[in-house]
Design a protein around this ligand. Structure first.
Ligand SMILES: Cc1cc2nc3c(=O)[nH]c(=O)nc-3n(C[C@H](O)[C@H](O)[C@H](O)COP(=O)(O)OP(=O)(O)OC[C@H]3O[C@@H](n4cnc5c(N)ncnc54)[C@H](O)[C@@H]3O)c2cc1C
Ligand code: FES
Length: 257
């Protein structure tokens, strides 16, 4: 059963004009969260809002999320002063299945790079080789904290004003296949991007995990608002799964897009 905590906002970093990176004090979530899991957090709106966990600091007892301002709930979160208290449920859902003897290819689009940041830290901690490809619409959309980047990272922007001009597929094609042979692909971002990344991975014979983002209400598998269809051998050939409880991470080969 998911636990609920009252947490305090400890840090709020403006990442770009519409995105903030927020850190909250909650030692239990910092200790128990796995890459790919998410939290549901209160705002000034009725329902809690879901966000992929972007970072944990077990020593400081904090977890972080990246929040893009969409409407009222996200605007409230992104503009709240340090010290504001929130109700948080988490960690929720199933994260990425990671085989420690396989390299990772992390493909993020927009705010999808935040949950992958947690997976990247996990890879570094466990000496798992990784390569990352991050796509944004333009430089003002880029989600790097303090301008951080590493040498295993390609950035692509549709506008071409930062990194490679094009999308993540264009960037993926630039990587010599020998560098990513045998990798597990993990992708988070807009659904259309993940669908294309999944079919690219399939064409290369690579296993791919996708993190689906459906509208959510309860966040704990009760209301069935967040269902998605996955393949099944049984009639009628598909199964309804709950994105919040059975996902949000699914093997791409299971997903009916
Ligand atoms: C598993 C998961 C992880 C996510 N991780 C991130 C993240 O790391 N960073 C980030 O910026 N955003 C993330 N989102 C999207 C984020 O939850 C929505 O942008 C946010 O809920 C919008 O709230 P709002 O009040 O501003 O907008 P409103 O449109 O007013 O929200 C109304 C309702 O719709 C739901 N909703 C709206 N947009 C979405 C959406 N795209 N996906 C799911 N539910 C939505 C809200 O939860 C709320 O119940 C994630 C969504 C899911 C499902
Ligand atoms: S949000 Fe209620 S079942 Fe998923």
């Amino acid at each position: 059963m998911a636990k609920e905590y009252t947490v305090t906002l400890k840090e709020s970093i403006r990442v770009n004009p519409s995105t903030h990176f927020l850190s909250f004090y909650c030692p239990e979530i910092a200790l128990n969260a796995l890459p790919g899991q998410f939290v549901a957090i209160s705002s000034n709106q009725f329902l809690k809002r879901p966000f992929g966990i972007a970072q944990v600091d077990k020593d400081k007892g904090t977890f972080s999320i990246g929040v893009r301002i969409v409407k009222d709930g996200t605007r409230y979160l992104a503009t709240s002063p340090i010290g504001t208290e929130f109700e948080v449920m988490g960690p929720l859902g199933n994260g990425f299945s990671i085989e420690k003897d396989r390299p990772l290819l992390l493909v993020g689009g927009g705010t999808g790079v935040f949950p992958l940041r947690f997976l990247q830290s996990y890879a570094q901690e466990h000496s798992i080789p990784f390569y990352s490809v991050n796509g944004f619409r333009c430089v003002d959309d880029a989600c790097f904290i303090d301008g951080e980047r590493n040498s295993n990272c390609i950035v692509a922007t549709d506008a071409g004003d930062f990194g490679v001009k094009g999308n993540v597929l264009d960037a993926l094609e630039m990587i010599p296949f020998d560098m990513i042979r045998g990798s597990t692909v993990c992708t988070v971002g807009p659904e259309i991007m993940m669908k294309h990344v999944a079919s690219w991975a399939e064409s290369k014979g690579l296993t791919c995990y996708v993190s689906l983002e459906k509208r959510m209400a309860c966040g704990i598998g009760v209301c069935l608002v967040c269902t998605c269809k996955t393949k099944s051998d049984k009639e009628p050939g598909y199964e309804n799964k709950r994105c919040c409880k059975d996902g949000p991470v699914f093997l791409s080969a299971e997903v009916i897009w």
